[in-house]
Design a protein around this ligand. Structure first.
Ligand code: LER
Ligand code: MN
Length: 288
């Protein structure tokens, strides 16, 4: 299995420090936060060479509150801006040699249709409308990505972070609605632990559409610190002949993960979490 870490868990850290940490503990690659204005593709390519790490994927950074990142918004301007942002992430992927861009159909943190309708009929109508808008946005982005040789991977996230796509089955339905060959699935074991009845079965249902994964334990800590059965998941991945990477996303406790990763006591844990995560999973791979 190839291992990587998603660098949104190291906000503000100089890239060289991140690359050095990942190389130190035997990682194969890195997933980069999609902030095309804040990075230099030349620097990334040089670091990738120097440390022998491949750029596995670009994670579109669609967080509720950041304008221009909502592909499901009924606001035309917002949706168009999100489309431009998505295409710029595809361009970044091409520039750094990453084959995959991870996408969210609506930003993490928005847990209701806009306008927050309170009655059933209005809520369902608003939900349906946003689903259709997300499908249209993804279809447009997938066509652009196709023209640039990039695969998109749709990440379902748990119900406390979104109202639109939280499960593997919903992601499969959205893929079918979009109807683009280069739109695939990304699964995250933290979100799956909340939403899936059987995580290994969900991996099997995703099958050959599964191209990228985020890995952390049930409590979002490094694998082995919670109650997720990673042995069963590795077996399911073996069964479907998974060829993607396992991209670690170990996050210390805290109601706001984006803030928790910046706390000084947690910055001190970055090495520990990186070392422990890959050691645990590599050991497990030998046992199954
Ligand atoms: C991003 O990969 C993710 O898992 C979301 O929960 C963002 O917080
Ligand atoms: Mn994730």
């Amino acid at each position: 299995m190839r291992y990587a870490i998603s660098n949104w868990i190291y906000p503000g850290e100089p890239l060289r420090e991140t690359f050095a940490r990942l190389a130190r503990y035997g990682y194969d690659g890195i997933e980069l936060v999609g902030e095309p204005d804040r990075v230099s593709p030349e620097e990334i390519r040089a670091l990738s060479q120097e440390y022998g790490l491949s750029i596995i994927s670009i994670l579109t950074w669609c967080i509720w509150g950041i304008p221009g990142r909502d592909m499901a918004s009924p606001d035309e301007e917002e949706r168009q801006a999100a489309g431009v942002y998505g295409r710029r992430c595809v361009d970044l992927a091409v520039a750094v040699g990453a084959p995959i861009v991870v996408v969210l159909p609506a930003p993490a943190g928005r847990t209701a249709p806009l306008g927050s309708p309170r009655d059933e009929k209005a809520w369902k109508e608003a939900w349906e409308r946003e689903w259709v808008l997300a499908v249209e946005s993804l279809r447009g982005l997938a066509a652009y990505a196709q023209s640039r040789g990039i695969t998109l991977a749709l990440e379902p996230i748990n119900r406390y972070e979104t109202h639109l796509v939280s499960t593997t089955d919903q992601a499969l339905r959205m893929l079918e609605a979009v109807g683009a060959d280069n739109l695939k699935i990304h699964l995250d074991t933290f979100h799956m632990n909340i939403e899936e009845a059987d995580m290994a079965a969900a991996i099997r249902r995703a099958g050959n559409l599964l191209v990228n994964m985020h890995i952390s334990d049930s409590n979002r800590m490094p694998p082995g610190r919670g109650h997720t059965n990673f042995g069963a998941l590795l077996l399911a991945l073996r069964e479907i002949n998974y060829t993607g990477a396992l991209v670690l996303e170990p996050v210390p406790p805290g109601s706001d993960p984006l803030l928790a990763v910046t706390f000084s006591e947690n910055i001190a844990l970055r090495d520990t979490f990186a070392e422990e995560s890959i050691r645990y999973l590599r050991e497990l791979e030998k046992q199954i």
